[in-house]
Write a protein that binds this ligand. Structure first.
Ligand code: SF4
Length: 62
């Protein structure tokens, strides 16, 4: 399951810029996973977002 830690996110927007079909920014300026996001379709970009997040806020767990 793909997750964003709101405690760790600093709202830089990098994940959204990389794959806006999966990540969005909420009213507080923090990232979240879009409802019904097709993670498998964008898995390469999602992995890039995980690797590129400056605070390690994005994680993928079973
Ligand atoms: S890349 Fe990381 S810190 Fe930046 S908005 Fe996305 S989750 Fe937050």
């Amino acid at each position: 399951m793909l997750k964003v830690s709101k405690d760790a996110c600093i709202g830089c927007g990098a994940c959204q810029a990389l794959v806006s079909d999966v990540f969005d920014i909420d009213d507080d300026g923090l990232a979240f996973i879009r409802e019904n996001a097709d993670i498998e379709k964008y898995i390469d970009d999602v992995n890039d977002a995980i690797d590129g997040c400056p605070t390690g806020a994005i994680s993928m767990e079973d």
